[in-house]
Design a protein around this ligand. Structure first.
Ligand SMILES: Nc1ncnc2c1ncn2[C@@H]1O[C@H](COP(=O)(O)OP(=O)(O)O)[C@@H](O)[C@H]1O
Ligand SMILES: [Mg+2]
Length: 238
C-alpha cells in the first residue's frame, strides 16, 4: 500500500470524472491533502469546480475513480457496502444548504431520530440549549425561521457526535446576520465537541475563521495552507 500521511483525513491522488466518450469530463484530476483532527477546513472554488463532488466522495456518497481517502487510517474507497453504511452512520454528519428536515416532526424529534444512529449520542437537552433551540423544541420546521431550521439541521448532524462534519454551503440560503450566527455556532461546536469540519462555501470571509484553507481550480487544489492567525466568526464581515 502507498504511504499514507498522518492526518485524520488523508486524501491521495483522488480523481473523478463524469460521463463517457465525448461527454466525459474530469472533475477532480488528482487531489491530495491532509486534514488534521479538530480542524475547521474550508473548501472554495467556482461553481461547478467539483466541491460537492469532493465532499460527497469523502462522505462515501460518490465512488472515486482512483486514489484513496483515509479516515482515521481506514481507506473508505475500499469499504464494502456494509462497512460503508457503518462508516457513514458512525463517523459522519452532513449539513446542506437546504435543511432537509422532516416536516411532520418537531425540532426536537428531527434531532432525536438521528440519536439512534449512534451508540454514544450527545444529550439532546444540552444540544437544544447549546443550539439556541430550547424554546422552539416543540415547533415544526415551518414554524421556525431559516436560521433556526439550519440550527436544527446542525443539531441533527451533531447528535451522533460524529468525528467528521461535512458541510455543503451551510449558509448558502441564509441572510448576512443569520449566516454569521450559524458560523459562530459552528465555531463553538468545533471548540466544544472537537469535531473536524469541512465547509464548502462561496463566502471568502470564512477563510479567516478556518484553520485550513483549500481552493479547487481546474480539478486541482490551487491553494492548500493553514492560517497562523484566526479571526473569531463574530468579527467576520463581508
Ligand atoms: N451526478 C453527476 N453526473 C454528471 N455530472 C455531474 C454529476 N455531479 C456533478 N457533475 C458535474 O461535475 C462538475 C462539478 O460539480 P459539483 O461537484 O456539483 O461542483 P460544485 O459543488 O463546485 O459547484 C459540474 O460540471 C457538474 O455538472
Ligand atoms: Mg456544490
Amino acid at each position: 500500500m502507498a504511504t499514507q500521511g498522518q492526518g485524520f483525513l488523508s486524501i491521495s491522488n483522488l480523481t473523478k470524472s463524469y460521463g463517457a466518450g465525448e461527454a466525459r469530463t474530469q472533475v477532480l484530476k488528482g487531489i491530495s491533502t491532509e486534514v488534521d483532527k479538530g480542524e475547521i477546513c474550508v473548501l472554495f472554488g467556482p461553481s461547478g469546480s467539483g466541491k460537492s463532488t469532493f465532499l460527497n466522495m469523502v462522505g462515501g456518497l460518490e465512488p472515486a475513480d482512483s486514489g484513496s481517502i483515509c479516515v482515521d487510517g481506514v481507506d473508505i474507497t475500499k469499504l464494502n457496502d456494509h462497512d460503508m453504511v457503518e462508516y457513514r452512520r458512525r463517523e459522519l454528519g452532513f449539513i446542506f444548504q437546504f435543511y432537509n428536515l422532516v416536516p411532520d416532526l418537531t425540532v426536537r424529534e428531527n434531532i432525536e431520530v438521528c440519536q439512534y444512529l449512534s451508540r454514544d449520542p450527545l444529550p439532546i437537552d444540552d444540544l437544544l440549549h447549546s443550539l439556541g433551540l430550547w424554546e422552539h423544541r416543540g415547533k415544526f420546521p415551518n414554524q421556525v425561521s431559516g436560521g433556526q431550521q439550519q440550527r436544527c439541521a446542525i443539531g441533527r448532524a451533531l447528535v451522533k457526535n460524529p468525528s467528521l462534519l461535512l458541510c455543503d454551503e451551510p449558509t448558502g440560503a441564509l441572510d448576512y446576520h443569520t449566516s454569521k450566527e450559524i458560523l459562530e455556532l459552528m465555531e463553538r461546536v468545533n471548540r466544544e465537541y472537537g469535531s473536524t469540519m469541512i465547509i464548502v462555501t462561496h463566502n471568502d470571509a470564512i477563510r479567516r475563521m478556518s484553520h485550513h484553507v483549500l481552493r479547487l481550480r481546474d480539478g486541482m487544489l490551487s491553494e492548500d495552507f493553514r492560517n497562523e492567525h484566526l479571526m473569531p466568526a463574530s468579527e467576520l464581515t463581508w
